[in-house]
Design a protein around this ligand. Structure first.
Ligand SMILES: NC(=O)C1=CN([C@@H]2O[C@H](COP(=O)(O)OP(=O)(O)OC[C@H]3O[C@@H](n4cnc5c(N)ncnc54)[C@H](O)[C@@H]3O)[C@@H](O)[C@H]2O)C=CC1
Ligand SMILES: O=C([O-])CC(=O)C(=O)O
Length: 332
């Protein structure tokens, strides 16, 4: 039995993400949780003729039932950006939402993989980990910040500049975190291509601020949902392929707690950070190996340095939210 729970399943990301997960024969039970409308989304998806059973769970009183027995919990719950906002501006509302969902995971499915989409990812992942640590159920191999959209954008944007780069089958490593300057695509690792310094600069900027393109185009109606659903489904299925099917050698960039994760010592020492996104090999228990940062170009070294500076504050903010007590979730 592989039960996957989507928390925030009625939202802009939650609905298409659930639709994509409904296509997978790796999932036997898809449980859709939201504070609104999850029953309707579940009824609709349940008519699709694939193997998984779909159940809908609406409101806080049904959260425990939704989570019980979960193999994997994907969290796209919370508010998205509007033009003029940073991801950090979402902290005020989303921190409390993510904390409460993490607490419910600790109580109902302490061994589940937890995939965090809600922004600001740089801070919400530390929130989840701190909640699990407090509950004595933390396993660093099982909590992931979903940064796959940065990887997806990198493949697409590189292919638009270099048509010989096939976007579907070529992956780009993206390290750091998931907001602006903390997003560092390692274009120097694409060994089959060469770029001019101007191309590197323009591509890096576009990847770092790709989210803003969508926020601007949607003009107040939210941020990336469909591309995020595709990215979220890609990461979830990759993790299921590794953990359920036992497929080896699956590597994705993702934001993880470094200490205690296999292979992470080098990145822990070289960044001095508790959390960092890097290529991770996935396995039966989640993180099988955090790959060491490769040799970086001079520009990438400087970008990573800037990212580290910003990440320090983002991480501390998430940790302090739990350590110093945070009160009930607030409204924006
Ligand atoms: N990691 C990434 O790369 C990306 C992250 N995001 C983030 O994902 C989050 C969701 O974005 P959208 O789906 O566009 O927003 P949305 O507003 O369309 O959907 C959010 C859903 O969460 C639900 N929700 C609110 N509080 C909840 C709670 N306590 N428990 C369960 N569900 C709850 C809402 O009812 C709503 O259905 C935002 O924080 C956004 O910034 C968006 C794009 C990319
Ligand atoms: O830009 C946003 O707020 C949503 C997001 O994280 C992205 O699209 O990368």
């Amino acid at each position: 039995m592989v039960k996957v729970v989507v928390c925030g399943a009625a939202g802009g990301i939650g609905q298409p993400l659930s639709l994509l997960l409904k296509q997978s024969d790796l999932i036997s039970h898809l449980a859709l949780y939201d504070i609104v409308n999850a029953a309707g989304v579940a009824a609709d998806l349940s008519h699709i003729n694939t193997v998984s059973k779909v159940t809908g769970h609406v409101g806080k009183d049904s959260l425990a039932e939704a989570l019980r027995g979960a193999h994997t919990v994907v969290i796209p719950a919370g508010v998205p950006r509007r033009p003029g906002m940073t991801r950090d501006d979402l902290f005020k509302v989303n921190a409390g939402i993510v904390r409460d969902l993490a607490q419910a995971c600790a109580e109902n499915c302490p061994k589940a993989f937890i995939l965090v989409i809600s922004n600001p990812v740089n801070s919400t992942v530390p929130i989840v980990c701190e909640v699990l640590k407090k509950a004595n159920v933390f396993d660093p191999r099982r909590v992931f910040g979903v940064t796959t959209l940065d990887v997806v954008r990198s493949s697409t944007f590189v292919s638009q500049v270099k048509p010989q780069f096939e976007p579907h089958s070529n992956r780009v490593t993206v390290v750091g975190g998931h907001s602006g300057a903390t997003i560092v695509p390692l274009l120097s690792q694409i060994k089959q291509l060469s770029f001019t310094p101007e191309e590197i600069k323009a591509l890096t900027h576009r990847i770092q601020f790709g989210g803003d393109e969508v926020v601007k185009a949607k003009d107040g109606a939210g941020s990336a949902t469909l591309s995020m659903a595709a990215a979220g489904a890609r990461f979830t299925i990759a993790l299921l392929e590794a953990s359920v099917r036992g497929k080896r050698g699956i590597v994705e960039s993702t934001y993880v707690h470094l200490a205690g994760n296999p292979g992470a010592e080098w990145n822990l020492r070289s960044t001095g950070l508790e959390y960092f996104a890097q290529d991770v090999e996935l396995g039966p228990d989640g993180v099988a190996n955090v790959l060491a940062l490769p040799n970086l170009s001079a520009e990438e070294q400087s970008l990573v340095k800037t990212a580290i500076g910003e990440l320090k504050g983002n991480i501390a903010k998430g940790i302090n939210f739990i350590k110093e007590g945070s009160g009930p979730a607030s409204k924006l």
